[in-house]
Design a protein around this ligand. Structure first.
Ligand code: KG4
Ligand code: ZN
Length: 319
């Protein structure tokens, strides 16, 4: 039985969790800074770092207490993300592991998002496809093995979550834009013509900045709810088409969807109409959390990995 404490501070969630053997969540604590950043309309990096410093001890202590078991290792997100925020988690994890004589396992945040599906689907094993749609990424991977990934496609400009957030801001919705846009879209009609950007015939890349600009141009001609609905429908069509392409190109029919935007119910309903095994984690594991970090770490666990004092945060960190 390997129990790992995961720590995640890459953006605006201070999170800690204990996961057993990569699959069973024993505790999952997330302190969300959403209310703090709302008044600025987005995440302010310096404010986020300071809040992480304030909350990290409390969040980790609670995760350990709720789990109620001794831990075998510490795992921490080292990147990609806001470097000041990442540094809080990395420094804390180093000190914690050193003080308790435990191994420390560095984790890529994207790998964590993929691993959130190991928690939700106990039988899930590589190979499978993974699509991460979050605030910073729209990435397709082929998961060849637990620690082996092949990039199939990525965004050429904005990430899908970023596009949701920018359109939401245009519609004067509060931060975080994505979930608020989803709520507004329920009242709207799909009547605004926006460009269906699918790129070259067999491309698994994404491009959302043109759609964002096209939305900006028509913003005064339509009701806000109709713009929200039309944008959400368009995003859903693009994600569906790309997932279909990925399945056709690779011949793999098991695909996990992860990242904050994977909580969007309209996108899920479009994807459900594809004839394949499409998996999403429960919503609390789609958005940033530390269980996914502890889960990913199980597949890298090595009781001898004590060479961690040089570990640093990485703002950019491709998988
Ligand atoms: O994975 P995540 O929590 O953080 C990153 O690693 O980026 O994703 C956050 C992103 C934000 O852009 C947020 O607006 C978007 O996910 N998001 C949504 C929904 N929930 C979160 N976008 C559309 N519909 C949602 N329901
Ligand atoms: Zn994330």
């Amino acid at each position: 039985m390997i129990r790992i404490l995961g720590i995640e501070t890459s953006c605006d969630e201070t999170a800690a969790a204990v996961v057993e053997n990569g699959r069973k969540v024993l505790s999952n604590i997330v302190y969300s800074q959403i209310d703090l950043h709302k008044m600025y309309g987005g995440v302010v990096p310096e404010v986020a770092s300071r809040k992480h410093v304030e909350k990290i001890n409390l969040v980790v202590e609670r995760a350990i207490k709720n789990a109620g078991v001794p831990i075998d290792a510490v795992a921490v997100t080292v990147g990609p993300g806001l470097v000041g925020s990442l540094l809080v988690g990395v420094s804390y994890a180093k000190a914690y592991a050193y003080a308790l004589g435990l191994p420390l396992i560095p984790i890529n945040h994207l790998e964590g998002h993929i691993a959130s599906n190991y928690i939700a689907f106990k039988e899930l094993k590589p190979p499978f496809l993974a699509l991460i749609i979050s605030g910073g990424h729209s990435h397709f991977y082929k998961v060849l093995d637990y620690n082996k990934y092949q990039t199939l496609g990525l965004t050429r400009d904005d990430a899908l979550g970023e596009a949701f957030d920018k359109v939401a801001r245009m519609l004067e919705l509060d931060y975080p834009g994505g979930p608020n846009l989803e709520i507004l879209a329920r009242k709207g009609k799909d009547i605004v013509e926006l460009p269906l950007v699918l790129l070259e015939k067999d491309s698994l890349d994404f491009s959302f900045s043109g759609i964002k600009s096209a939305t900006m141009k028509v913003k005064d001609k339509y009701k806000k709810e109709d713009i929200a609905r039309s944008f959400e429908e368009l995003a859903s069509k693009i994600v569906k088409e790309k997932v279909k392409r990925a399945i056709d190109i690779t011949g793999i029919k098991d695909i996990v969807i992860a990242g904050g935007v994977a909580s969007n119910l309209r996108i899920r309903s479009y994807l459900d109409s594809i004839d394949a095994n499409i998996m999403y984690p429960p919503i609390e594991y789609c958005t940033d959390n530390a269980s996914m970090i502890a889960s990913a770490a199980y597949y890298k666990y090595d009781s001898r990995s004590f060479d961690f004092l040089k570990l640093n945060a990485k703002a950019r960190y491709p998988l």
